[in-house]
Design a protein around this ligand. Structure first.
Ligand code: GLU
Length: 397
């Protein structure tokens, strides 16, 4: 059987692969500390779980409209208005099967063969494959550690061509934790909007911000930018609801309608019960969100302190999300037991095998000098894991 060229041109998700490997090692009795997948280690707040239980008891387990229940779409529209100052009518909103599904659908809806999508690197692992699966061409534009991995406007200008259809902006960023201010983001967004390029603004880490930062939604930066932006968000990271699979988008109605059409022919509706839970998440008390944010900030402070003490390691201070992305390339070319470590993939594999810590190699995010650590794990495990990292790196000569 000859599989399709499309599927042969991508790899499985490396973040999920690392997670699977860490879990299987743990199941085999190996004491692995996982800094791998980006998944909050908190429980979904009780009132959200309660709403799901009530949905089951009330028999709310049939199909819903393919693009989401009117109740959840309204809760999302209200959230956009309340938190982001964005006015989306409910027919400009769609509920999807997780944030990942939202970006996937968008690429399917927007791209024709050969259309280009700008992907600033380091990027989240799934953006380029999603572009490829839709027949598009990911145009990776590197950013610099010295710029906090933020895109320079002249680099953006050089990357734009007549074929550019869209750009991914992810702030706070997975994997770097860097956060654009309104002043930094506006000129980039204006340039895109002026050229008719759509901004796919992935805002999934919105509430996880540090050092008193406030969140800026790309679409709120001006009317022309609003018309050229699709705002992606979801409940996974904010409410510790990864497994519930609820993402959502707001954007120009024709694009949202096109995504709804594809969804109706592929997944049908996101799980009815999860949609009820998401209504409770968006409309209920938000104090748990803040409690988790405070905990993430403490962990960020701790892990940054530990990384600073590691010789040859540099790392911009994350302004949000729950990742650090240290540059550990000083260790490339060193060896252990006669085995030379050449790159981030080999360093990450060494750390898993020898130090029993799971991380994701920077190469998966388009920046081979670095390694991603998710600090969505307890302080105790972070401390233990950082001891192991220090020890593992010190054994390389
Ligand atoms: N977005 C998270 C991560 O990067 C979850 C895993 C995934 O879907 O890639 O680890």
């Amino acid at each position: 059987m000859q599989l399709s060229r499309r599927v042969m041109s991508i790899q499985p998700s490396p973040t999920l692969a690392v997670d699977a490997k860490a879990k299987s090692l743990k199941a085999a009795g190996v004491d692995v500390i996982s800094f791998g997948v980006g998944e909050p280690d908190f429980r979904t707040p009780a009132h959200i779980c309660e709403a799901a239980k009530q949905a089951i008891d009330a028999g709310f387990h049939g199909y819903t409209p393919a693009d989401g229940t009117p109740e959840l779409k309204k809760a999302v529209a209200d959230k956009f208005q309340r938190d982001n100052g964005l006015t989306y009518a409910t027919d400009q909103v769609i509920i999807n099967v997780g944030g990942k599904h939202s970006s996937y659908l968008l690429m399917q809806a927007m791209l024709d063969e050969g259309d280009e999508v700008i992907v600033p690197a380091p990027y989240w692992v799934s953006y380029p494959p999603m572009v490829i699966l839709a027949g598009g061409v990911p145009v990776v534009v590197p950013t610099r550690e010295a710029d906090d991995f933020k895109l320079r406007i002249d680099d953006l200008a050089k990357a734009l061509t007549a074929k550019t259809k869209a750009i991914f902006i992810n702030s706070p960023s997975n994997p770097t934790g860097s956060v654009y201010s309104a002043e930094e983001l506006k000129p980039l967004a204006e340039l895109c909007a002026d050229k008719g390029v759509y901004i796919v603004s992935d805002e999934i880490y919105e509430p996880i911000l540090f050092d008193g930062r406030t969140f800026v939604s790309t679409a709120a930066l001006g009317p022309k930018i609003f018309d050229h932006t699709i705002t992606l968000n979801g409940v996974s990271k904010a409410y510790a609801m990864t497994g519930w699979r609820i993402g959502y988008m707001g954007g120009p109605q024709p694009i949202i309608k096109a995504c709804a059409k594809i969804q109706s022919q592929s997944t049908s509706n996101p799980t009815s019960i999860s949609q009820k839970a998401a209504v409770a998440a968006l409309t209920g008390p938000q104090d748990e969100v803040e409690r988790m944010r405070v905990e993430f900030e403490k962990r960020r402070d701790y892990i940054m302190g530990r990384l600073k003490a590691i010789p040859g390691c540099s790392c911009p201070r994350p302004g949000g999300a729950f990742y650090v992305f240290p540059n550990l390339s000083a260790y490339f070319g060193k060896s252990f037991d006669g085995q030379v470590i050449k790159d981030s993939v080999e360093l990450s594999a060494y750390l898993l095998e020898q130090s029993h810590i799971a991380t994701v190699p920077g190469a998966a995010f388009g920046e081979d000098a670095c390694i991603r650590f998710s600090f969505a794990t307890s302080m105790e495990l972070i401390a233990k894991g950082m001891d192991r990292l220090e020890d593992g790196l010190s054994k390389l000569a």
